[in-house]
Design a protein around this ligand. Structure first.
Ligand SMILES: Nc1nc2c(c(=O)[nH]1)NC1C(S)=C(S)[C@@H](COP(=O)(O)OP(=O)(O)OC[C@H]3O[C@@H](n4cnc5c(=O)[nH]c(N)nc54)[C@H](O)[C@@H]3O)O[C@H]1N2
Ligand SMILES: Nc1nc2c(c(=O)[nH]1)N[C@H]1C(S)=C(S)[C@@H](COP(=O)(O)OP(=O)(O)OC[C@H]3O[C@@H](n4cnc5c(=O)[nH]c(N)nc54)[C@H](O)[C@@H]3O)O[C@H]1N2
Ligand SMILES: [Mo]
Length: 650
């Protein structure tokens, strides 16, 4: 068998895949050499996917909590129980909470949202991912657009503001590498200790959370040297208050706040003022702080005043809307039905605080919220309080552990869908190329079947109609038949975003931020910033139990004062005001000395789970999760408990 499918992971690259399978052998996945963006290569996560599908810990039948254990039940029984509960709460639908996430992407996943929208259930708002950065673009430009990714090849210089090119997007990394071979100068700014050295001509180590001050210091040089074109300023609003906010501080103050040398400010100034275009890549990391939105807005302002917006080889790259090329009107809840929203980044508190009505039932699909949202223990407590929880997943995650009913989900390559990307402009057909194992079913068919059991029933649209409707947009000139046969179709978007400095606010102008917020000092007793960054070999918490380290490894600079204070003969604990975790400490040269690096995604039940230590807080824009705002300390314990390796089984 040889078929084209696509990767549905929550990852920008959305790779086109060639799946081959010889008789009696396991399938092999490769990057599609004929796909213009995938260009024949994919990442380590893909290489590990089949192993995940075949893992013996996979849940293959519906299971219901039974005392301290679980009992296998039939799909009929499982869906009847769900229907009975929904029926019971239907007159007060806001007592049902739907928490979706992007375990697998695709337009049919929107169908689950539609189902709960028709019920009028409570839903989540805000994001664990990129909301602060996303809203920064909306504030600045009125929309979130970017030059086509390949235009990075036209850049004279690329300034990489905090994207880990060695981990989070193999195709952005490849474009940067190619550009560099052609002479593009690459400067990467981050707290260090990442894999950007191989992709950069110069590395700048910044104090975590303070990029806005570095951007402000460079903008200050543009102001002082009178290098800002009046033509650009005429396309903007709020210049006076923005200028004042910057000039209120000396360059020295700005540079000291972000711990950057005058030479590095000069280096960036030179990159941005050069005749040739300079592109900015904005990573997800620097917007996961209290002032994360402002960090991105200052970087955008620098791109704009330096003449790099609306220009080939320039621009500011973040995340596109991954569903932006589809028409999802079919999945909208009916107008006029009031919905209650609970904030995702603070979901534990939100559920506990929900009144009139209280939350009685929770439905989770495609997410591991107990593990992936901050303050895991409060979320766990909130789940205990809610009487009935359904988790649709394939593994006994930290969230599934707390369910009353687990429905076994199909996974990537076992379910049909269509997807887009938050990096490139291709939409792709994703046929199911592997048989679902056991009794696993896809999310859409689960709610479609459940809907029929309600009285009155909820009738889900036909899935072919969902596909067809999703393709009905001016951006796509295709049919479902064509998409199926070609595998991939490019959306019709301008190559250059905001050409002629035409922005998407009603007046066509861009906006500057009007203030500059100080970065608070660390609280007493917790001197180190906890950076919980992506890991190369897995997407979020989608790790197999046997691949997890016990205890989790954290990394600090050899210059970190905590390193000297620790006794290597004793166990070390990572401690925040809300928890402590047994860890192994390793040295990471080049990493900022005021931070601790934790590669996120390992499971609480296996001794990991950084979100147990992170207080639930919001970013300044977009109701994002301010994960990296957390301060911690490292300490020894006089009487350490013996690390035990918990049972990874179901
Ligand atoms: N501390 C900290 N936490 C973070 C972040 C951080 O920076 N720091 N950043 C975060 C970011 S960027 C993100 S995007 C979020 C991610 O948060 P989540 O979306 O909750 O992340 P995953 O761990 O990928 O959980 C997806 C789950 O869906 C399951 N799954 C896969 N495919 C399917 C399917 O088709 N159907 C169903 N029903 N289930 C499926 C998987 O087995 C997995 O358990 O969390 C973040 N959490
Ligand atoms: N392998 C793998 N790839 C993934 C994912 C995954 O889980 N695994 N997740 C996907 C998803 S949903 C997302 S949102 C993206 C996230 O991908 P990235 O945007 O790369 O996210 P992070 O790893 O959270 O942070 C990236 C970098 O931000 C830097 N950083 C942290 N704080 C600061 C700061 O204050 N200033 C600056 N300049 N830099 C800072 C860190 O050095 C870190 O290496 O990756 C996607 N790709
Ligand atoms: Mo994300």
């Amino acid at each position: 068998m040889k078929q084209i499918s696509a990767c549905t992971m929550d990852c920008p690259d959305a790779c086109s895949l060639v799946v081959t399978q010889a008789d009696g052998e396991e399938a092999i996945l490769r990057g599609n050499p004929d796909h213009p963006f995938t260009a024949g290569f994919t990442c380590k996560k893909i290489r590990r996917h089949i192993r995940r599908l075949r893992n013996p810990n996979r849940i293959l039948q519906p299971i219901r909590r039974d005392g301290a254990g679980w009992r296998v039940i039939s799909w009929d029984e499982a869906l009847d129980i769900c229907a009975e509960k929904i029926q019971k709460f239907r007159s007060e639908p806001e007592s049902i909470l739907h928490i979706p996430s992007d375990g697998a992407k695709g337009v049919l996943k929107e169908g689950v949202k539609y189902f709960f929208g028709l019920l009028g259930a409570s839903r989540t708002r805000g994001s664990l991912c990129d909301a602060a950065g996303y809203m920064a673009y909306i504030h600045d430009y009125g929309s979130r657009k970017q030059n086509t990714a390949r235009d990075l090849l036209n850049a004279g210089a690329i300034v990489n503001w905090g994207k880990d090119l060695s981990r989070s997007s193999i195709h952005v990394a490849s474009l940067v590498r190619k550009a560099r071979k052609n002479g593009t100068h690459v400067i990467s700014i981050s707290p260090g200790g990442d894999g950007n050295g191989d992709f950069s001509d110069h590395l700048i180590r910044i104090r975590p959370g303070t990029d806005r001050f570095l951007a402000a210091a460079v903008i200050r040089r543009f102001i002082e040297s009178n290098r800002i074109s009046p033509d650009i300023l005429s396309r903007t609003r709020h210049w006076d208050s923005f200028r004042k906010a910057i000039l209120n501080r000396t360059e020295d103050q700005l540079a000291r706040t972000c711990e950057i040398s005058a030479e590095d400010v000069q280096r960036l100034f030179e990159a941005y003022r050069s005749e040739s275009p300079t592109a900015a890549i904005v990573g997800g990391g620097l917007q996961r702080y209290r002032y994360g939105g402002e960090n991105v807005r200052y970087i955008n302002a620098l791109t704009l005043i330096s003449g790099n917006m609306g220009r080939s080889g320039g621009g500011s790259y973040f995340h596109l809307h991954s569903m932006g090329n589809f028409n999802l009107d079919w999945a909208k809840a009916p107008a006029g039905k009031p919905r209650r929203f609970l904030l995702k980044p603070t979901i534990g508190r939100e559920i506990l605080g929900a009144k009139n009505p209280e939350i009685q039932m929770i439905w989770i699909n495609g997410g591991n919220i107990v593990n992936q949202a901050a303050d895991s223990k409060t979320i766990a407590r909130a789940f205990e309080k809610a009487p009935f929880k359904v988790v649709v997943d394939a593994f006994m995650t930290d969230t599934a552990e707390r369910a009353d009913l687990i429905l076994p989900s199909t996974l990537m390559l076992e379910q049909e869908d269509i997807i887009a990307s938050f990096l490139h402009d291709y939409i792709q057909y994703v046929p199911a190329v592997l048989d679902p194992p056991g009794e696993a079913r896809d999310d859409f068919s689960i709610v479609a079947d459940l809907g029929k059991r309600l009285d009155p029933p909820i009738r889900m649209p036909d899935r072919e109609d969902c596909f067809r409707f999703s393709l009905k947009t001016d951006l796509l000139d295709t049919t479902l038949e064509e998409l199926r046969s070609k595998g991939s179709v490019q959306a019709d978007k301008p190559e250059i975003a905001y050409a002629d400095l035409q922005f998407d606010h009603p007046d066509g102008m861009a906006r500057f931020p009007t203030g500059l917020h100080d970065e608070p000092d660390p609280p007493a007793d917790y001197p180190l910033r906890l950076l919980t960054l992506v890991r190369r070999e897995a997407i979020h918490s989608q790790m197999l139990p046997e691949d997890q380290e016990h205890p989790p490894v954290v990394r600090v600079s050899p210059d970190n004062p905590a390193m000297n204070a620790l006794n290597p003969a004793q166990s070390a604990f990572l401690v925040s005001p809300i928890g402590r975790l047994l860890v192994e400490v390793e040295a990471l040269p080049q990493f900022h000395s005021g931070a601790v690096l934790y590669r996120r995604g390992d499971w609480m039940k296996l001794g990991g789970g950084a979100n147990q230590l992170i207080e639930a807080g919001l970013t300044d824009l977009g109701n994002g999760a301010a994960f990296y705002d957390q301060y911690v300390r490292l300490e020894n314990s006089q009487s350490p408990p013996e690390p035990t390796k918990p049972d990874p089984g179901k």
